[in-house]
Design a protein. Structure first.
Length: 461
C-alpha cells in the first residue's frame, strides 16, 4: 500500500499547502477543542460538585476521565490498526458531543461521573485516531511540524480557557459552559470531512486473542493507577485500606504492564520499545519536577493563586517552544531523533534545578521559573521528537497499538510521580513544609538524568 508519507518532500512542502491544508486545520482545531474542554472543565469542576452536593465525589470526578481515557486509547489503537482512523474518529466525535450534553444536563453527581467517564473515552479515541490520521496523510518531514502545532494549540486554551469557563459559569451558570465545546465541535466537523475522505483504509480482520487480552490488561492497569493515586495519599495519612489498596495497585501494575506495552518495552530494546520506555521515564521526570510547584508556591511560600498558577502558563508556552525547535528542518537534518531526545532530557535535567533550589529556598522565584521554563523547553523537545519518530519506526498496521502503548507508558509515569509526591505531602498535610516537594523534585531530576542514555536507544542504527 502506498501512502502519501512515502513521497519525497520538496523544499516548498508546507503543512498549509493545498494538499495538506485541511488535514492541518482540522487536526489543530480538534486539539484546540480538547485543550479548551480540559482546562475549562477542570476550572469549574469545584463549582459543579458543590452545586450537585457531590464534593465527596470530587476526586473521582477528576480521576475517572483519565482511567477511561487510558482504556480507550488501547481500544482505539487496535481499532485504527484494523480499520484505519476514519471510524474511530467519527465514533469518538459522537461520544464527545454526548458527553458534553450529558454533563450540561446532569441532575446529580452520579450522572456527571458517568458523563466524565464518557468524555475520557471520547478523548482517548480522538487522540489516537487523530495521530494516525496525520501519520497516514502527512509526509514524515511535515509530521513534526503538525505535532509542534499541536503543542502550540494548547497555549491559548491554557491562557484563556479557565477565564472563559469561569465567566460563563458565573454569569450564565455552569451548565452553559458545556455549550461552547459543542459549538466549537460543530465548527470543526466541516474542516475534518475532507481529511476523513482521504483517510487510509485498512483491510478488515478479526481481533486476535492477544489484542483482546491487551485491552483487558489496560483496564486493569487503568484501575490500578487510580487506586495507586488514592491509596498512597490515604495510606500515608494512616488509613490501612489506603495502604493496602496502594500495595495491591502496585502489584497489578507490575504484573500486567508488560501485557499492555509493546514487547521489549520494559527491557528498553533498541527502537520503538526503547521509545515507549523513555516516554514512561520522561513523564515521570517532568511530572515530579512540576506537578507540586503550585502547591509549593501557594501553601508553603504563601504566594497568591495567580502567582502559583504562572507555572502552568510557563509550561504551555515553553513546551510549545521546544516542540517547534525540534520540528525545524535544520535540526532534523543535522541530528538524529535519539540525539535530539537526549539533548532534551539534558535540558530538562538542568532546568529541574530551578524548582529544586526554590524548594530549598536558595533562589528567588524569577530564577526558579527560568529553570522551569528550561525544563518545559526540554519536555517539548523530547516529546515532539518521540511522537514523530514512533510514526516512522512502526508499520501502518501496528501504529495504533504502539501509540496506545506510549500513552499508557506516559500515564504510568505521571501516576508514579503523583503517587510519590502525594504520599510525601499527605504525611505532612497538617503542617506542610517544603521537604516533601524537595524530595519529589529531586526524584524527577534523577529520572531525567537516567533517561538521557536511554533516549539514544530510540535510534535503530
Amino acid at each position: 500500500m502506498t501512502l502519501i508519507s512515502s513521497r519525497p518532500v520538496t523544499r516548498s512542502a508546507s503543512i498549509l499547502s493545498p494538499e495538506h491544508r485541511w488535514v492541518t486545520i482540522a487536526a489543530i482545531a480538534l486539539v484546540t477543542l480538547g485543550a479548551y474542554e480540559n482546562r475549562a472543565i477542570t476550572t469549574i469542576l469545584p463549582v459543579i460538585a458543590d452545586d450537585l452536593d457531590g464534593l465527596r465525589w470530587f476526586g473521582l470526578a477528576s480521576a475517572i476521565p483519565a482511567a477511561t481515557y487510558l482504556v480507550a486509547t488501547t481500544v482505539a489503537g487496535t481499532w485504527t490498526d484494523h480499520r484505519g482512523p476514519r471510524r474511530p474518529l467519527l465514533f469518538s466525535l459522537v461520544l464527545f458531543a454526548l458527553a458534553q450534553i450529558a454533563s450540561g444536563l446532569a441532575p446529580s453527581m452520579e450522572v456527571l461521573l458517568a458523563a466524565r467517564a464518557l468524555s475520557g473515552i471520547a478523548e482517548g479515541g480522538l487522540d489516537i485516531a487523530l495521530v494516525v490520521l496525520v501519520s497516514d496523510l502527512m509526509p514524515e518531514a511535515l509530521r513534526a511540524k503538525v505535532f509542534a502545532a499541536f503543542a502550540t494549540a494548547w497555549i491559548v486554551p491554557s491562557l484563556v480557557g479557565p477565564a472563559v469557563a469561569g465567566g460563563i459559569a458565573q454569569w450564565l451558570g455552569w451548565r452553559a459552559a458545556f455549550l461552547l465545546p459543542l459549538i466549537m465541535l460543530i465548527a470543526v466537523v466541516p474542516a475534518l470531512l475532507p481529511a476523513l475522505r482521504r483517510a487510509t483504509a485498512r483491510g478488515a480482520r478479526e481481533w486476535s486473542a492477544s489484542e483482546r487480552a491487551t485491552i483487558r490488561a489496560a483496564a486493569l492497569v487503568a484501575g490500578a493507577i487510580a487506586m495507586l493515586t488514592w491509596g498512597t495519599s490515604a495510606g500515608a495519612s494512616g488509613e490501612f485500606w489506603g495502604a493496602a489498596g496502594a500495595a495491591a495497585a502496585l502489584f497489578v501494575i507490575a504484573v500486567r504492564l508488560a501485557h499492555v506495552l509493546p514487547s521489549g518495552s520494559l527491557r528498553g530494546e533498541r527502537g520503538a520499545p526503547a521509545l515507549v520506555l523513555a516516554t514512561l521515564l520522561v513523564s515521570l521526570a517532568f511530572s515530579a519536577l512540576g506537578s507540586y510547584l503550585p502547591l509549593l508556591l501557594a501553601t508553603v511560600r504563601g504566594a497568591s493563586p495567580a502567582i502559583a498558577g504562572v507555572t502552568l502558563t510557563i509550561t504551555g508556552i515553553f513546551w510549545a517552544v521546544g516542540s517547534n525547535v525540534s520540528s525545524r528542518d535544520a535540526v532534523r537534518a543535522r541530528f538524529s531523533p535519539g540525539q535530539v531526545a537526549a539533548a532534551g532530557m539534558a535540558v530538562m535535567t538542568l532546568g529541574g534545578f530551578g524548582p529544586l533550589l526554590l524548594a530549598l529556598d536558595v533562589v528567588s522565584l524569577p530564577v526558579a521559573m527560568g529553570g522551569w521554563a528550561l525544563a518545559a523547553t526540554g519536555m517539548g523537545l523530547v516529546n515532539n521528537t518521540l511522537a514523530v519518530h514512533l510514526t516512522v519506526l512502526v508499520p501502518d498496521e501496528e501504529r495504533g497499538r504502539y501509540l496506545a502503548g506510549r500513552t499508557v507508558a506516559a500515564a504510568v509515569g505521571v501516576a508514579g510521580a503523583t503517587a510519590l509526591g502525594g504520599a510525601l505531602v499527605a504525611r505532612e498535610a497538617d503542617h506542610l513544609t517544603a521537604w516533601p516537594i524537595t524530595i519529589t523534585v529531586a526524584a524527577g531530576i534523577l529520572a531525567a538524568l537516567i533517561t538521557i542514555p536511554l533516549a539514544r536507544r530510540v535510534d535503530v542504527v
